[in-house]
Every structure is written in C-alpha cells, then in structure tokens.
Design a protein around this ligand. Structure first.
Ligand code: F3S
Length: 391
C-alpha cells in the first residue's frame, strides 16, 4: 500500500484549482480513491462510460449534484442507459413528469461533454484495443472490456467514471495492473455446449457468479462466441461481482494466465445446475437486449420474427448507433409489433414495472428484473422468447 501518489505538473495544476473548481474536485476524488486502493499514480484513459444516468436510479439528489458541476470531458465518454428512449418516450408510455426529470439529467451530462449514446455496449460504437486503460462503470461493459477485449478498467462507480472523464485519468490500481489479472478459480464446465445460445451462457454466468463472488474465473470446457461471452460476463457481474474472466483458448489473456491454474480451486458445473434455471413462469411481456443487442443479435431476431405478429408486449433494446446501422433488421422486427428502443433498457426504465412476469434471454436481466421491476423473471432462448410472444 502506498500512502503517496505521484502527480505530474498538470495534475498539480488541476489540484491547485487552475482549471476550475469542478476539475479540482474531480481530481481530489480520484486521488482519494487512489489512496484508498493503494495506487502509485494516475493513468491516462482512452474512454469513460458513466453510469448513474437513469432518473429512476439517481433521483433528485443525483440530478442536483450533476447541476453543480461545470467542466467538459477531455476523453470520449458515453452515458449508460437512461430511463427512456430519448426520441420515443411518449410511444413507450413513459410518464411525462419522469420524462421531464430524465431530460434534465441528460441535459446535465450533455453540458459536461458526455456523449448521449446511452448504452451499456459502447464497444460496438468505438474501437477499444488490448491494453487500453478505461474508466467504465456499467458492470457488464466492464466485464466485456477486461475479458473479451483485453482492455483494463476497474468497476467504477458513476462519480468515479465521471471524474475520470473530466480529468482524462484514473487511479492506476486493481485491474489496471497485470499482476491483478491472473485467475483465482477454475470453472470446469462438464456439459456439451456446442449448440448453446447466449441464453445458455447467461444461465451459466448466473450460476457461476453466485459461486465465485468477485474472484477471477478461468473457464475450461466451453468455446463461446462474442455474443455468448457478453451474456456470460454480464450475468457473472450481476449475481457475483466478476469484472474479469478468462476462457481457455478463447479470451485474449487466457494463454498467458494459464500457468499455475492446476493449483487453484476447481469448481465443476454440470447440466442439471443450469437446467433448473430455465423454469417456466407466466409471462406478460418479453424484453431482450440485456446487454444491448449486437448487430448479429438484431439479425437473428429479425429472422425469427419475420412474417409473424407478437401477441404480447415485446421490447428490444440496443444502442442508437447499432439501430441506425441495422435499420433493415429493425424494420422487420417492428413490423411484427415488437419495439426496438435505444437509450434505455428493461431494468432502468420505469415502464417495465407495469408487468408482473417478464421473459428475457439474459442471465443478468434474470437477476435484476425481480428487484428493479418488481416482476417475476423467466429466462429462455431467443427462439423460446419469440415462440412465447407469438403463440
Ligand atoms: Fe445494459 Fe440494462 Fe442490462 S444497462 S446490461 S441492458 S440491465
């Protein structure tokens, strides 16, 4: 543990208040965080992703705090999903009083130079490379950045990520350091996973997250693709606090971290442990896109919904950038009666609280919907979700 952090002349200038009070306070926050976690210095970041964006989660106090700040982001920075689609909130049925407050939150972030992409999948919008230092705060995005992209970020709180965006640096501790990225537990999946979908990987992550807590798992016996990795990590980050995992022969840092795994605790996972997660409960609505859909996921959904009509409310969530680049798939999906919304999601939008049973294809949503939407959640594959919504 170091009690003194190295600060360069630019940092000292900011701390002296020469770049305004907001930036001074933000750097004080980063230095305090760094001292708590034993950081020796700050590290420049390539981008920030800022949570605390939905009025549903930050409330009046959070909005007032944002309005006291006066500075501009100095690195590319995006916002986490907010409580409504900015352009289509009336169509989604959002209460006008909530919309007004949400618009005020968005305006506050815009004033701070945070890009209003409002997504938990910023990696579909801007290239993130192996070894990039980041300050991201949404837990699934953090897990994806560290594990799948090989970038480096701690699981930042909203204020920490915002401070990093306004200063352009973050304290260099935890997962920014190679020595803290080695596996701590082996997950030996003893299941034939060749036909697995993202929902199956979401269920696996839902199960494993509860077992490993905040340790770094090293998986053997699975060969997930990128959408499946996204689902796996998001679920582990929700039921546990996993911010980094490795998959043998799949993720970028697995190879260099495989030495010594024979000495680690090894947890086997069998088919019956995953099968019990797929229990059937009554469903009033279907909500997909947790984390926000990839282009491939929109394509799969368009294929499954083509020529069909949904008989239940059917929500799909993706970033505006992914929606714009895949508008033909979006048109097919919406022709079925389903809605593809940007900026928000089933967990942070108050609209989902009207349903008592919500079907999802995500282990993370399965974990969060009961508390955040006060609804029973059911997980199924995307095919099963479409079947239930069109029967
Ligand atoms: Fe993203 Fe909302 Fe899920 S923020 S990871 S879609 S809970």
């Amino acid at each position: 543990m170091v009690s003194h952090m190295y600060l360069d002349p630019d940092d000292e200038q900011i701390l002296a208040g020469e770049q305004g009070e907001t930036r001074q306070k933000m750097l004080e926050l980063l230095v305090a965080l760094g001292k708590v976690f034993g950081a020796a210095r700050l590290v420049p970041i390539k981008s920030a992703q800022v949570s605390g964006a939905s009025y549903k989660t930050i409330g009046e106090y959070g909005l007032q705090w944002l309005n006291t700040l006066d500075a501009k982001a100095v690195v590319p920075a995006v916002l986490n999903p907010i409580g409504m689609p900015r352009g289509r909130w009336q169509e989604m049925g959002v209460d006008p009083d909530f919309a007004k407050k949400q618009q005020a939150v968005v305006a506050a972030y815009e004033r701070l130079g945070i890009s209003l992409e409002c997504t938990c999948t910023p990696y579909y919008l801007r290239e993130t490379l192996i070894g990039d230092h980041l300050a991201w705060s949404e837990s699934s995005a953090v897990c994806y950045a560290n594990s799948v992209l090989g970038a480096r970020t701690n699981r930042e709180g909203g204020p920490g990520a915002l401070a990093a965006a306004l200063v352009g640096k973050t304290p260099c501790y935890g997962l920014h350091l190679a020595k803290n990225r080695t596996p701590q537990v082996v997950i030996d999946v003893q299941i034939a996973t060749r036909d697995w979908t993202p929902a199956d990987y979401g269920a696996l992550g839902y199960h494993v997250g509860k077992l490993v807590g905040n340790r770094i798992p090293y998986y053997t016996g699975i060969t997930p693709d990128r959408d499946q990795l996204k689902a796996l990590g998001a679920a582990m980050a929700a039921t546990g606090a996993v911010a980094l995992y490795h998959v043998e022969d799949v993720t970028p840092e697995a190879q260099k971290n495989c030495f010594g795994i024979s000495h680690l605790e090894k947890i086997p996972v069998e088919v019956k442990e995953i099968a019990t997660i797929f229990r059937e409960v009554p469903v009033e609505a279907v909500a997909l896109g947790c984390p926000h859909c990839s282009p491939d996921e929109l394509g799969t959904l368009a294929r499954l919904l083509s020529g069909k009509r949904v008989t239940k409310p059917f929500y799909v969530f993706a970033s505006q950038g992914v929606i714009d680049r895949n508008h033909r798939d979006v048109e097919i999906i919406e022709k079925s009666g389903a809605k593809v919304y940007a900026d928000t999601c089933m967990v942070v939008s108050p609209v989902m609280e009207q349903y008592t049973g919500i079907m999802v294809n995500s282990g993370k949503a399965l974990a969060y919907v009961p508390d955040m939407c006060r609804a029973v959640a059911r997980i199924g594959t995307t095919e099963e979700c479409v079947r239930v919504a069109t029967e």
